[in-house]
Design a protein around this ligand. Sequence first.
Ligand SMILES: [Zn+2]
Length: 75
Amino acid sequence: MGMVVRMRHNRSQTGQHRAHLALKAHSLVKCECGNMRVSHRACPECGRYNGKVAVDVAAKAQARAERKAKKAEQK
Ligand SMILES: [Zn+2]
């Protein structure tokens, strides 16, 4: 059973709603390593967040390479 629309929005209301749906660009900040990164996210280059290493970038890259190699092997 479908939903019953009791009160249809008129074009003005639809427009007023959609006026607030625009996407904003991510706010990029410069990491201490010099790379641009998304604010409040760990840096994809050095894996640091707030001055501390939060993500082991080297280990992640290696794991990714191993996964890729395994996938290529299966084909
Ligand atoms: Zn960085």
